[in-house]
Design a protein around this ligand. Structure first.
Ligand code: PLP
Length: 495
């Protein structure tokens, strides 16, 4: 629990005029974080119950829950169902010496890291699940991947190219793969790409980091969807950018808010299936965004991470294909359409960015592995990629149907599903008197993973809920897991 002086310190920090523009939950989160970083709240110390703190600060309990959720996501606190929230046991706070605020500012939490390095470390990076289980989001079905065919193509490539595939490759990517990607995005996504505008990378995550450092300077503003994909936010935070949250409604990013705000150097968005809401950006908004970018010479980073999987109607053409001003960077990945272990993503660049971005990538990792690139090129040229995506699209559409049906049957007392038009996960909003944290912890105790929505929000009042991935789980697995989740929720709401 807080001492009187600690509570007063939180109140003073929350009320500080310098933070007036920040949403309330973010001000509270920062105030508590500072108490932890200053050493005033040591490892293992309990935090007040959200209801009690809400009362002391005269704010809603949801606001405190949002602040705690963010502190938990950043690794500053642990939350244990039934016993409350506690300051996490972090290495940097167990050195035996209480760190002064000055020490922490000078050294960062880990003594040998730069301030940027320490901030990156504190962000926790991105920890993907090594053995995904229901309902981990964003994971494709890999058990039925045509591995034999892949291996056959790999053997062909090695036979034809010999030791050449063992040497360094072109940092921009092998020509056959760049050509195959350009053909694919032009045909399926309405893009305007040529092989010489494609840069093959290891992931869209790499594309975001590259864009953040090559196109923007620390302190520059970047507009982001709110809620947003955590991987993008972490990449931009790590590059020292100021992420300016822009609301999302049923038609995607609210572009009018961008036009009304002081300009930024760039905007990051997921227009096909907004992450995590699943909405699609309306055509007029796409056009308005392009005009805004041209007017302000700003960059549009279009993350088209899973648009292959659209179930209702045809997917809208990508922003890049509509942009006559060459302000859009189209970011694609094979993580969802094939398998995450492949580690191949790409960008379609405006012509003037091809050289600078290619040079920048040579400093990161040189190039992507040639064998994997050439095998993938062959997989695409042979029509196998199209066939695989078509077959997965049918399977995923059925799994989404099964999940929505099962949720309606067993979880209707707790959540309301927001059935998406595409993608690999379904957002659900909590409707029962059940906090998001309690729901996530209850799920985890029965071997189920769900991703909370609150921590994906920056400014706008977060709606409590979670994402349920469905693509990687068979209908039978989905059914069992939904029943188990319903039982877990029933147990904690009865307690
Ligand atoms: C919106 C979004 N972009 C990008 C990615 C990651 O793709 P990659 O593995 O290519 O970094 C994900 C994965 O979950 C995602 O949800």
């Amino acid at each position: 629990m807080f001492k009187h002086s600690q509570l007063e310190s939180v109140k003073a920090r929350v009320a500080h005029p310098a933070h007036a523009a920040m949403p309330l939950h973010a001000r509270i989160q920062r105030a508590i974080r500072e108490l932890i970083v200053d050493g005033a709240l040591g490892p293992g110390k309990p935090l007040p119950a959200s209801r009690a703190l809400a009362k002391s600060l005269a704010v809603s309990r949801d606001t405190i829950e949002a602040a705690y959720a963010q502190l938990h996501a950043e690794g500053f606190i642990d939350r244990r169902v039934g016993s409350g929230s506690f300051v996490a046991q972090m290495k940097q706070f167990t050195s035996g010496r209480r760190l002064s605020r000055r020490d922490t500012l000078l050294c960062g939490p880990a003594p040998d890291l730069s301030r940027r390095g320490a901030a990156i470390f504190r962000s926790g990076g991105i920890r993907e699940m090594l053995s995904p289980r229901p309902f981990a989001h964003g994971v494709p079905e890999t058990r039925s991947f045509p591995l034999r065919l892949w291996e056959r193509l790999e053997r062909q490539v090695r036979k034809e190219n010999g030791v050449q595939t063992l040497l360094h490759g072109d940092p921009q990517g092998t020509e056959p793969l760049r050509r195959a990607i350009a053909d694919y995005v032009n045909l399926e996504r309405g893009a305007r790409a040529t092989a010489d505008r494609v840069l093959v990378l290891t992931s869209s995550q790499q594309a975001m980091s590259l864009c953040a450092t090559v196109l923007l300077d620390p302190g520059d503003r970047i507009f982001m969807e709110d809620p947003a994909y955590y991987g993008a936010r972490k990449a931009f935070d790590a590059a020292g950018l100021e992420c300016v949250p822009i609301g999302v409604d049923r038609e995607g990013l609210i572009v009018e808010q961008i036009m009304a705000a002081p300009p930024a150097r760039a905007v990051y968005l997921t227009p096909s299936h907004q992450f995590p809401t699943g909405t699609t950006l309306a055509l007029e908004r796409r056009l308005a965004l392009i005009e805004w970018a041209a007017r302000h010479q700003a960059w549009i980073m279009e993350d088209d991470y899973d648009s292959e999987f659209h179930y209702a109607g045809k997917p809208t053409a990508c922003v890049q294909g509509l942009d006559p001003h060459d302000r859009t960077i189209y970011i694609g990945t094979f993580t969802k359409s094939l398998f995450p272990g492949l580690r191949i993503g790409y960008v379609v660049l405006p012509p003037q960015l091809v050289k600078p971005m290619t040079v920048a990538r040579t400093l990161l990792d040189g190039h992507t592995a040639p064998m994997a690139q050439l095998t993938l090129a062959r997989f695409m040229e042979g029509g196998h990629f199209g066939a695989h995506v078509r077959s997965m699209r049918g399977i995923y559409a059925e799994r989404l149907d099964v999940l929505a049906g099962q949720v309606g049957r067993h979880l209707a007392d707790f959540i309301e599903p927001r059935i998406p038009a595409g993608g690999l996960q379904m957002p659900c909003v909590l409707t029962a008197d059940l906090s998001e944290r309690a729901a996530i912890d209850a799920a985890r105790r029965v071997g189920i993973d769900i991703l909370g929505l609150s921590a994906l929000h920056a400014a706008n009042d977060p709606q409590a809920g979670f994402l349920m991935g469905f693509a990687a789980y068979t209908p039978a697995e989905i059914e069992v897991a939904v029943r188990r989740l319903a039982e877990a929720f029933r147990t904690i709401t009865r307690e």
